[in-house]
Design a protein around this ligand. Structure first.
Ligand code: ZN
Length: 199
């Protein structure tokens, strides 16, 4: 997921693996982005290296979250480094995510700007529940749970969607989808093939 234009901080910290290679961003329309991803079965060095590449690519692209399909890999895993409504940042890696959303009277929709690194340069209002919990497993195969509100709630939903083959454009009404397409068309020259990798 891409953040609305705001001053991001980029220093990787926390438990995210470092030393990865920045990879070109896979764009909407590429088949791998539009089908459910394979479950992670092997928690090995290859997975760690993939996740390190995802982290490097997320930061290079000024993102707050990135799923493996966004660098062309068919695997249900995402990384994030994202603030909640209070501004507190949470970082994490989630393999095989499941999202829990509030229901009934606890369900409140938050309408706010949303963008996607795989459809860069465009933001549009998207309604989503204002709180989300994601369960999955971490890099070591042990269970992990992350919860949050604000942008973090949006990010956890957006990235879990990617692992299921859904992009946020799929969740938009036609008018908003057209607005998003227009904004993307206008900005796309700033994101040449290969972005954000430099070579
Ligand atoms: Zn996205």
């Amino acid at each position: 997921m891409s953040a609305p234009p705001a001053p991001p901080e980029h220093a990787p910290y926390g438990p995210l693996p470092e030393g990865g290679r920045v990879r070109p961003m896979t764009r909407w329309g590429t088949p791998v982005m539009h089908r459910p991803q394979a479950r992670v079965e092997h928690f090995d060095e290859e997975l760690r290296q993939l996740v390190a590449d995802m982290v490097a690519t997320m930061y290079a692209a000024d993102g707050v979250g990135l799923a493996a399909c966004q660098i062309g890999v068919d695997l249900a895993v995402f990384v994030f480094d994202c603030p909640d409504a209070s501004g507190e940042r949470t970082v994490g890696v989630v393999c095989n995510p499941d999202v829990d959303l509030p229901e009934g009277k606890d369900r409140h929709l938050d309408v706010d700007d949303e963008g996607c690194l795989s459809f860069p340069g465009a933001f549009v209002d998207c309604a989503r529940p204002d709180f989300a919990t994601v369960h999955g497993v971490g890099l070591d195969g042990e269970p992990v749970t992350f919860s949050g509100d604000g942008l973090l709630a949006r990010c956890l939903q957006h990235e879990t969607d990617h692992t299921l083959g859904t992009v946020f454009g799929d969740r938009l009404p036609t008018k908003a989808r057209k607005k998003l397409q227009k904004a993307h068309d206008k900005a796309v020259a700033d994101y040449p093939d290969g972005w954000p990798a430099t070579s």
